[in-house]
Design a protein around this ligand. Structure first.
Ligand SMILES: [Zn+2]
Length: 217
């Protein structure tokens, strides 16, 4: 199917891309109670400054792409909508229902940005096996993608993983030390945490990041 081939090519091009931290470290990487909080394994588990830069790069790329399309529509005389529309493609057939759930969760949680599946996309979902688990990735100057890992999605709730990674696209960084009620705590609270909803602070942050989305300043 040609659509899938195009996406695979894009994934190949983005291979050298910055990766936002994986959804969760493997259990072996989890800090033990006796480990010092300054050890490097814990720094990796909770995210590094480089990971935060990657999250910001992905958000910057997506908002730039969405705004460019809005500007084109405005030129064509179309009335702008209040929310910025971010369009995605799905090259992850096993996760279609989780992606649909993630989209409705986000669209009912925030008002300044709307996720829509379609062509001329700003980012896409793909799937496979990766020892790093699931992650969001960008080349820093264009489109990004969300990788959903098979093995991790059997250990952790796949809808929470998908909504969490989508949170990166919307500009939220990881916060592994947070409680299960936070979406961006990711795998931090452990596999028993299945909450796929952003909390009030996360929702407010996304609305803040996408406020004035139409007026590119
Ligand atoms: Zn994450």
């Amino acid at each position: 199917m040609s659509h899938r081939r195009i996406l695979s090519t894009l994934a190949g091009l983005a291979a050298a891309a910055l990766a936002v931290p994986a959804y969760a470290a493997t259990p072996a990487d989890a800090p033990s109670a006796t480990q010092s909080s300054t050890s490097s394994s814990i720094a990796a588990y909770t995210g590094s400054p480089q990971d935060k830069a990657a999250t910001k790069a992905f958000y910057d790329a997506v908002i730039k792409s969405a705004r460019a399309k809005q500007a084109q529509q405005a030129k064509a005389g179309k009335k702008p909508s209040a929310a910025v529309t971010v369009t995605y493609a799905v090259d992850a057939p096993s996760f279609q229902s989780e992606i649909n759930s993630s989209t409705s969760i986000w669209n009912s949680s925030v008002g300044n940005v709307t996720l829509v599946e379609g062509s001329n996309y700003d980012f896409y979902y793909t799937e496979g096996n990766d020892p790093r688990g699931s992650y969001a990735s960008t080349d820093g100057h264009g489109r990004g993608y969300i990788f959903l890992d098979y093995a991790q999605s059997q250990q952790y709730d796949p809808t929470r993983i998908t909504a969490h990674e989508t949170g990166h696209v919307l500009g939220l960084p990881d916060h592994y030390s947070g409680p299960c009620s936070e979406l961006m705590s990711g795998g931090g609270p452990g596999p028993s945490c299945t909450n796929p909803y952003p909390d009030a602070t996360e929702r407010a942050r996304v609305d803040q990041l996408w406020a004035n989305g139409f007026t590119a300043r």
